[in-house]
Write a protein that binds this ligand. Structure first.
Ligand code: IPE
Ligand code: IPE
Ligand code: MG
Length: 239
C-alpha cells in the first residue's frame, strides 16, 4: 500500500485550526484583512469538501479568546466576516441540512451578534445531515472554567460525584463526538488553546499550507494521513 493510501475509515469529526491568513496576504503585499476574506472562501470550500470526504462534523477555529490581543481594526474585520458569512451562506447551509453551532464565550459579544448566533442556531437546530461548528471567541481553558462554574451551580457546589461524562455535558461541545482529527495549517505546531478537553485522543496533522490555500487536495492529504495512523487510546496495537 502506498504511504498516502487510506487504510482506515474517514474521521467522523474533523477540527481545524485555520491559520496563516495574515502570512498569505503579506506574501502578496496585501493587508491582513485581505487574507481573512480569502480565508472565508476556503471555509466554504472546506465545508463542501468535508461532506464529500465522509466527514459528519466539522469544527473550525475562527476567533480565539486570545485574538482580542490583535489591533482593534483586525478584530472588527474578523467579526464582520462572521456576520457576512452568516448573511451570505445561512440559507444555503440550511437548505443543505447543515446544523450550525457557535462554540465559545458569549460574554463580551454585542447584543446584535448574540441575536445573530441565537437565530443561526435555532434555525438549523433540527438539521442532521452535517454539523458545522464555528469556534468563535473560543478558548479551551475558558470553556473548561465556564463548564466547571455551571456544573458547580447545578450541584450546589458539591462536585465530588461528577464523572467525566457528566462534565462533558457542560462543555460548549455537549452532544458532539470528540474530534478524531485536528488539522492545523500554516506550519505552526501548537494547539493554541483549541479543544483542550476534546482533543485528548485526537490525531494531529500539521500542514505547511496557509489557510487560504487549503483546498480539496490538502484536505484529502490530511485525511489520508489520519487513515494510516494507529489509534491506540492507551491500549495495544489494533492488528
Ligand atoms: C487566521 O490566520 C487565524 C485567525 C486568527 C483568524 P492568522 O490571522 O493567524 O494568520 P497568520 O498566522 O498571522 O499568518
Ligand atoms: C489560532 O491561531 C486561532 C485561530 C485559528 C482562530 P493564532 O494565529 O491566533 O495562534 P497563535 O497566536 O499563532 O498561537
Ligand atoms: Mg496565526
Amino acid at each position: 500500500m502506498s504511504e498516502t493510501e487510506p487504510s482506515g475509515p474517514a474521521p467522523q469529526h474533523v477540527a481545524i485550526i485555520m491559520d496563516g491568513n495574515g502570512r498569505w496576504a503579506a506574501s502578496r503585499g496585501r493587508p491582513r484583512a485581505f487574507g481573512h476574506r480569502k480565508g472565508v472562501e476556503a471555509v466554504r470550500e472546506a465545508v463542501r469538501n468535508a461532506g464529500e470526504l465522509g466527514v459528519r462534523h466539522l469544527t473550525l477555529f475562527s476567533f480565539s479568546t486570545e485574538n482580542w490581543n490583535r489591533p482593534a481594526a483586525e478584530v472588527e474585520a474578523l467579526f464582520e466576516l462572521l456576520r457576512r458569512f452568516v448573511a451570505a451562506d445561512l440559507d444555503r447551509l440550511h437548505d443543505e441540512g447543515v446544523r450550525v453551532r457557535i462554540l465559545g464565550r458569549r460574554e463580551g459579544l454585542s447584543e446584535e451578534l448574540l441575536n445573530l448566533i441565537a437565530s443561526v442556531e435555532s434555525r438549523t437546530a433540527e438539521n442532521e445531515k452535517f454539523c458545522l461548528n464555528i469556534a468563535f471567541n473560543y478558548g479551551g481553558r475558558d470553556e473548561i472554567v465556564r463548564a466547571a462554574r455551571r456544573a458547580a451551580l447545578d450541584h450546589d457546589g458539591d462536585l465530588s460525584k461528577l464523572s467525566e461524562a457528566d462534565f462533558t455535558q457542560y462543555l460548549d461541545t455537549a452532544g458532539l463526538p470528540d474530534p478524531d482529527l485536528v488539522i492545523r495549517t500554516s506550519g505552526e505546531h501548537r494547539i493554541s488553546n483549541f479543544l483542550l478537553w476534546q482533543a485528548a485522543y485526537a490525531e494531529f496533522v500539521f500542514l505547511d499550507t496557509l489557510w487560504p490555500d487549503f483546498d480539496k487536495a490538502a484536505f484529502e492529504r490530511a485525511i489520508a494521513e489520519y487513515a494510516n495512523r494507529d489509534r491506540r487510546y492507551g491500549g495495544v496495537r489494533h492488528g
